[in-house]
Design a protein around this ligand. Sequence first.
Ligand SMILES: [Fe+2]
Length: 193
Amino acid sequence: MIDIDNFHLTSKAFKRYIFNEHPEDLLELIKPRMKEKRYLHSLSVADVAVSLARSHHLDVRKAYLAGILHDITKSLSIDEHRVYFLYYDRDKIDVPEPIMHSYSAKYYIKEKLNLYDGDILEAIYHHTDGASNTRLTKILYIADKREPLRGIHDQILDRAYHDLDRAYEELKEDVKEYLKRNERSRISSEDIR
Ligand SMILES: [Fe+2]
């Protein structure tokens, strides 16, 4: 398999073959782009996303691709993210660094992989902000935050198998609370200094 920077040079037929028949072959391209922990997380997200998609009768291939690709730009520098935003998405230039990768991934995936599937790109774009209501977005958002390697055990993932909407809303609330708590502890530790 060639590397990710040259994948766009392959024929349309080859890309179609990979995306439709053998998406798991993309792992060879993705692995060198990620630290081991991030790679294992991506595999685990893909696993959970596939089983959620299966139980909701959604396209498991799209769920798998969204899972393995969602953090593909996580290791880019702030300036590298911003190059994409300058060209394609100026509103995102000043977003906090930890969420930049979800937006830049959309453009990176189009550019490097020539993958233009709207459902997959939408889910990846919103996997940190939860600002979309497509079913694939909900699945990816939940899979990302409750894949087993994160070690968080609550009722949200179980619930997602039978009530995706409620699980998604509960998880977004949970994330909001977590961020609020973190912000409070950051401010109070600054006060102490
Ligand atoms: Fe992730």
